[in-house]
Design a binder for this molecule. Sequence first.
Ligand code: 48F
Length: 259
Amino acid sequence: MIEFSPASESQITRAIVTEYTKEFVDCVKTDVIIVGGGPSGLIAGKELAARDVKVLIIERNNYLGGGFWLGGFLMNKLTVRSPAESVLAELGVPHKEYSKGLYVADAPQACSKLIAATCDAGAKILNMVALDDVVLHNDKVSGVVINWTAVAALPREVACVDPISLESELVIDATGHDASVVKKLEERGLLKIKGQGAMWVDRSEELVVEHTSEFYPGLIVTGMAVSAAYGLPRMGPTFGSMLMSGKKAAEVAFEKLEL
Ligand code: 48F
């Protein structure tokens, strides 16, 4: 019989609570907060953490990966178009050329490798935590207001739970089609977004990467949030531009932090 090391119930609880809160306290002020742990947010987090930027990813679900677990239509083969297969190669994701310049990989393998690479690079993650609002100082996004995801699911009379705030130099909206961070600014009349256009895969990927930028002072958009913010065509189930846009968002953030 295998004998496990002895540990009491209280010791296990103490280990969880102590280690979680230690990390949490360290994350109340970071260089960059990324809202959304889909492919664009994860790769941006990986790139920034690899360059020693203090980065925190906030994800409302228990699991990271967003839409990257499936390739489309509940089918777990995903596609990327050249040159984005280089990112799959970097992550060590096996892929094959289906037709000239169009590559296919197993979505669970690609997604789990991307998550692992982001964690290995040193990005910190708060899951089951949702964006509630933005922190705005002198017309610059300077952090996020967050609450446990579960709070929004509770009846109002049970869940009078004030959210808390985290500060950062920059925030990246990687919330996909929702563009949740950008919409918080729109709700206040600070900007107007166009909403995603109709499908045109051949144009949309380039446009998403091209428009990945600081959309409002302190707020960078990446992935499908770019599409929603700038009114670009949607691209459906292909992921090359999500990976390349995440990389560009990290570049934009890095340049701004260096100033
Ligand atoms: O949707 P998602 O995968 O965004 P992405 O990185 O990639 C888009 C593709 O998956 C696909 C596509 C192109 O191939 O059309 O849809 O742009 O990941 C977004 C993540 O953000 C989380 C959400 O749960 C998901 O994991 N998210 C969204 N809103 C919030 C949030 C919020 N308010 N607070 C925290 N997380």
